[in-house]
Design a binder for this molecule. Structure first.
Ligand SMILES: Cc1cc2nc3c(=O)[nH]c(=O)nc-3n(C[C@H](O)[C@H](O)[C@H](O)COP(=O)(O)OP(=O)(O)OC[C@H]3O[C@@H](n4cnc5c(N)ncnc54)[C@H](O)[C@@H]3O)c2cc1C
Length: 545
């Protein structure tokens, strides 16, 4: 069986993110001299544009490559996307930017994971926390998997994920996942931040690091005789040529989709949501260190804590309710029915391009595809796409076969992540609306997902299967166990039998262990007031391998 151990590093090594099996696809072989790219043009100044600009500036400017970012003065950024995965830590680390510098500028907070509330109605499983697991959890992770598998096979043991992970304990108590100096384990965490401020901050940093910026609207894209992009022409009357183009134009996909005609595979059959509404509310006295995702009548609501406010939003399907109905439901749930607070309505296009890298164009961000805001994975795709491209470039292989490998790798990550997101909907047990019933009945599932479900239902361990299949490239084993157990996919209580002696872990012992570990952490508001500078991470290096 694949060892259910936490062994990831958010750090970049040789420009590859070590992400479980992600790191096992070897960098491209050095088969050709580095291509003659002297000028890169990025179109789009949302978070994907500026993240790509920073990653490319770091890797390419020292090689004499010029990078220019063009941003439309008339098309705004999407302005949502306020939660991250832990991998964002690797992004800032690789750029040598301290948390104490960037976090205050974008009103950022620490994130230990996500609570999923009211997705399941199964008794005892109405809410669960999907934690960011850490090295410290290696002890309890094995116990968690053991108990889950025992309960799946009918033993009456505790198997809800909430009592097995340190991150859950921290989130429940609004604590920051920054341990005291004497603590020997690194804790895995993500962030929440203001999306608009993050874009502005990265813009400032990218210009400081040599990226050129032009405010102009790309009106046309010129292809050369081979079908590659030769230049873009702007509404302001300029023609801007480059050797390589990065499409960061958001859902518009101006270069990758419109100009190059790259086919787009919609996820609408798997994921029904296509709309969202965003609204802020004031912050409480305590600043939570988690995102809360609450199921609503026709979708779900996010609640993201920043230092300045909460960001709230309702992601729903317009096939099942109108925008007015959704806004009313969101306002009601936030206590804003009579408030003048403005609601921002957005449309979403879920799916992915068949090729993220096509000819001399790389799509980064919403232009390459989007799964769903649930689990907040989009910035990770921006980061992965740009860093993987740098990795291929550094290896000197820009051939068609390299492009195929690159696209296959990203497509597997898209599909694996999509399947994990689909699982939230498929396993729901709500019956209050047609939306939830249709989600539970939806059989548009990948073969991989069908296989995982049928193994689980048969009471078999899914660990090896998740590790073996591409599905494991989206989410690791403990996440699969967290969602399946957190949603309460077990035999019903009346069918359980007492666990054989010595086969159930003593929960009091685990509670005690986590209780003692939590003493090393402090209140999030306190920590944010004085964000610790990076310290030598020698102890942590020993544990990551
Ligand atoms: C409801 C919702 C919630 C989300 N929540 C999360 C989350 O919690 N976590 C997460 O990681 N992600 C989240 N996302 C995704 C996140 O918003 C995006 O990943 C991210 O911000 C990147 O967007 P972008 O830069 O690709 O596009 P945009 O922000 O739309 O930027 C597009 C840019 O392209 C420019 N542009 C467009 N057309 C032209 C043109 N013709 N010429 C020149 N410039 C042009 C625009 O001016 C703009 O600067 C969410 C998305 C939605 C819809």
């Amino acid at each position: 069986m694949t060892a259910p151990r936490f062994n990831y590093s958010y750090k970049q090594t040789n420009l590859t993110y070590s992400f479980g099996s992600f790191s096992e696809s070897a960098p491209a072989q050095k088969t050709a001299p580095a291509p003659a790219i002297k000028k890169i043009v990025i179109v789009g100044g949302g978070s994907s544009g500026w993240m790509a600009a920073m990653i490319f500036a770091n890797a390419f400017i020292k090689k004499g490559i010029e990078i220019t970012l063009l941003e439309s003065p008339t098309v705004g950024i999407i302005g949502v996307g306020e939660g991250s995965t832990p991998w964002l830590r690797g992004f800032f680390d690789s750029l040598d930017i301290e948390e104490s510098e960037w976090m205050p500028e974008v009103n950022a907070t620490y994130k230990c994971g996500i609570t999923f509330d009211k997705w399941s109605t199964r008794p005892g499983f109405e809410s669960y926390f999907h934690p960011f697991a850490s090295m410290l959890d290696n002890l309890t992770l094995g116990m968690f998997i053991h108990n889950v598998e025992a309960r799946l096979n009918g033993a009456d043991v505790y198997a809800h994920p909430n009592r097995f992970f340190i991150a859950t304990r921290l989130a429940e108590n609004c604590m920051a996942p920054k341990p005291s100096h004497s603590f020997p384990f690194d804790i895995w965490y993500g962030y929440h931040f203001d999306a608009v401020l993050l874009g502005q901050y990265l813009h400032k940093k990218a210009e400081q690091r040599g990226v050129k910026y032009k405010s102009c609207h790309v009106a046309d894209v010129k292809l050369n005789e081979r079908g590659d992009i030769a230049a873009v022409t702007t509404r302001e009357g300029e023609t801007i040529a480059a050797d390589f183009f990065i499409d960061c134009t958001g859902f518009a996909g101006v270069l990758i989709q419109k100009a190059l005609g790259t086919p787009f595979i919609p996820f609408a059959n798997n994921l029904f949501n296509d709309s969202a509404i965003a609204m802020p509310t004031p912050m409480d006295e305590k600043i939570p260190s988690q995102t809360v995702s609450t199921a609503m009548r026709h979708g779900w609501k996010w609640k993201i804590p920043l230092t300045s406010r909460y960001g709230n939003g309702y992601v729903y399907s317009s096939a099942f309710c109108s925008a007015d109905e959704a806004e009313r439901e969101l306002r009601e749930s936030l206590g804003l029915l009579d408030s003048k607070t403005e609601a921002r309505h957005l449309k979403m296009k879920t799916g992915r391009c068949t090729k993220h890298w096509n000819r001399n164009c790389l799509a980064v961000g919403l232009s390459q595809g989007f799964i769903e805001p649930l689990e907040a994975t989009a910035l990770l795709f921006n980061q992965r796409t740009a860093t993987t491209f740098v990795e291929f470039f550094e290896a000197g292989d820009m051939s068609e076969r390299a492009q195929e490998r690159f696209n296959q790798r990203l497509n597997e990550h898209f599909e694996g992540t999509r399947d994990y997101i689909v699982t939230h909907y498929k396993t729901n047990s709500r019956t209050d609306t047609e939306y939830w019933r249709a989600n539970a009945a939806n059989m548009n599932l990948s073969d991989s997902l069908k296989q995982i479900y049928s193994m689980w239902t048969a009471g078999k361990s899914i660990a090896a299967e998740v590790g073996r299949q591409a599905i494991g490239k989206g989410y690791p084993i403990f996440s699969w166990y967290s969602i399946m157990s957190g949603m309460g996919l077990f035999p019903s209580q009346k069918d359980l039998r007492p666990a054989p002696a010595g086969r159930a872990y003593d929960m009091a012992e685990i509670d005690n262990l986590l209780e003692r570990s939590a003493l090393n952490f402090r209140d999030q508001r306190e920590v944010l007031a004085d964000i610790p500078k990076k310290r030598k991470e020698s102890a942590m290096q020993i544990y990551f391998w």
